[in-house]
Design a protein around this ligand. Structure first.
Ligand code: SF4
Length: 197
């Protein structure tokens, strides 16, 4: 999928997740504010993909091509209202060691966070990060949160429907350790988009 086709796919996802039309890079980002904030969210823990961010989450070879880069892991949501553990995909954090499955610290700082912001372009980054509307008060107050349009409840509920494929991936990676492959770092967007590499 080309960058333009993938962007259109993501805009459809944003419309669905926010139940409104019109969210895009212009009104979801605020470079000046994020620069002043320094990415407090990304420095605390990595964001969350929507399962729909992937071209085809049921294509195991495609999902392995993403997880094999070493820059993404399978994590679990905390138990939610007594329900089962739910597996999801997120970027790797700097404290995640080299495991792919079930890292237990939420990874701390996202490995894709740089002094210039996210390494992934706006439309390829996980929906959890892209749909976070910057809050000016966040700069002055630690407890002032940005506005998460893809909320933790939405994330949990959406990933619930994909546990069959997540369990297959979990099984495949359970005994594997994969270090981040630096030769892939500038190809991550194309790998996610299944663009020509
Ligand atoms: S992927 Fe990008 S937006 Fe998401 S936590 Fe990492 S640096 Fe932040």
């Amino acid at each position: 999928m080309t960058a333009e086709e993938y962007k259109n796919k993501k805009l459809e996802i944003y419309n669905r997740l926010t139940e409104s039309e019109g969210y895009n890079e212009e009104n979801l980002t605020n470079g000046e504010l994020c620069h002043k904030c320094g990415g407090k969210c990304c420095r605390n823990y990595p964001c969350v993909f929507s399962p729909e961010d992937f071209i085809d989450i049921y294509d195991l070879d495609y999902m392995k091509s993403i997880l094999d880069t070493g820059y993404f892991v399978i994590d679990t949501f905390f138990r939610y209202q007594g329900e089962d553990i739910i597996y999801y995909v997120r970027p790797r954090g700097v404290d995640d060691d080299n495991v792919v499955t079930d890292p237990d610290k939420r990874g701390r700082r996202c490995m894709l966070h740089t002094d210039n912001g996210c390494m992934l372009d706006f439309y390829t980054r996980p929906s959890g990060g892209a749909l976070l509307i910057p809050n000016p008060n966040r700069i002055i107050c630690e407890y002032s949160r940005c506005d998460a349009k893809y909320s933790s409840t939405d994330q949990y509920e959406e990933w619930c429907d994909y546990q069959d494929v997540m369990l297959e991936l979990l099984d495949y990676y359970s005994d594997k350790k994969i270090a981040p492959n630096v030769s892939k770092i500038y190809k991550l967007e194309r790998i996610i988009r299944q663009d020509e590499i």
